[in-house]
Design a protein around this ligand. Structure first.
Ligand SMILES: C[S@@+](CC[C@H](N)C(=O)[O-])C[C@H]1O[C@@H](n2cnc3c(N)ncnc32)[C@H](O)[C@@H]1O
Length: 215
């Protein structure tokens, strides 16, 4: 069976009509290419309208290098019950875990790897999942975006690359032009000396920057 990743949406998303923010959409799309072919990514605890948006986006994006994806309004515990996955077979990626992730964690001891969506400014939102009692692993001392965390876990458990051998860029400054730049408070995978951002994220950050000056 291929590797399975679960991304639980932790934002307060009470309104069923509320759409997911653009940055979440871009990170979710990126996760399919980071997980790669043969893997499957489940997106859980989404509002009905977010499920519809993502289903439309995913079905339009059908590259052969992408992991399979499914969207669920149910939270992780319901999905586990549905798929008959016991608690001890789910590995929560938690910055506060006592143990670092290692290539052996991909040898079948876990049936899926669980992530929470990021919250900015940093607050301990992973705690909402931690209290459920999953086994946990950390990915080093610096906070990553959720798509980066999934990409790094994949490199370790699927490709067997130790955490310390993955190239990173911490807190990069994304420069748009001589007058506009933004510092990102996260660790990213480095690719050709640049942070590996989701396609479209750079443009989105620039638009967002311009919007915040639109009084
Ligand atoms: C942006 S982080 C959320 C950080 C947030 N301050 C928290 O702890 O809830 C989003 C998700 O990526 C994963 N993650 C990010 N950095 C990590 C790290 N250094 N170790 C383990 N998991 C990490 C976790 O699953 C986390 O829920």
């Amino acid at each position: 069976m291929g590797f399975r990743y679960v991304v639980e949406h932790l934002e307060e998303d009470e309104e069923t009509s509320k759409a997911i923010p653009k940055w979440v959409e871009l990170e979710y799309m990126h996760m399919r290419s980071l997980a790669g072919p043969g893997a499957h990514v489940h997106f859980t605890h989404l509002s009905k309208s977010s499920c519809q948006t993502l289903t439309t986006l995913f079905s339009a994006d059908t590259g052969s290098r992408l992991a399979g994806a499914s969207v669920h309004s149910e939270p992780i515990l319901d999905l586990m019950q549905h798929l008959s996955i016991p608690m001890e077979k789910v590995c929560l990626l938690d910055p506060k875990a006592g143990k670092e992730i290692s290539p052996e964690d991909g040898d079948g001891r876990f049936e899926c790897f669980l992530f929470g969506v990021r919250d900015d400014p940093p607050r301990d939102r992973t705690s909402e999942l931690r209290v459920l009692g999953f086994p946990t692993r950390h990915l080093g001392p610096i906070q990553m975006t959720t798509d980066t965390a999934l990409g790094v876990a994949k490199l370790v458990v699927q490709d067997k690359i130790p955490l310390s051998e993955i190239p990173y860029i911490d807190h990069p400054t994304i420069v748009f032009n001589p007058k506009e730049s933004v510092e990102m408070p996260f660790r990213y995978i480095a690719e050709n000396g640049e942070p590996k951002l989701p396609p479209g994220m750079r443009e989105h950050l620039h638009e967002d920057l311009n919007k915040s000056f639109d009084f």
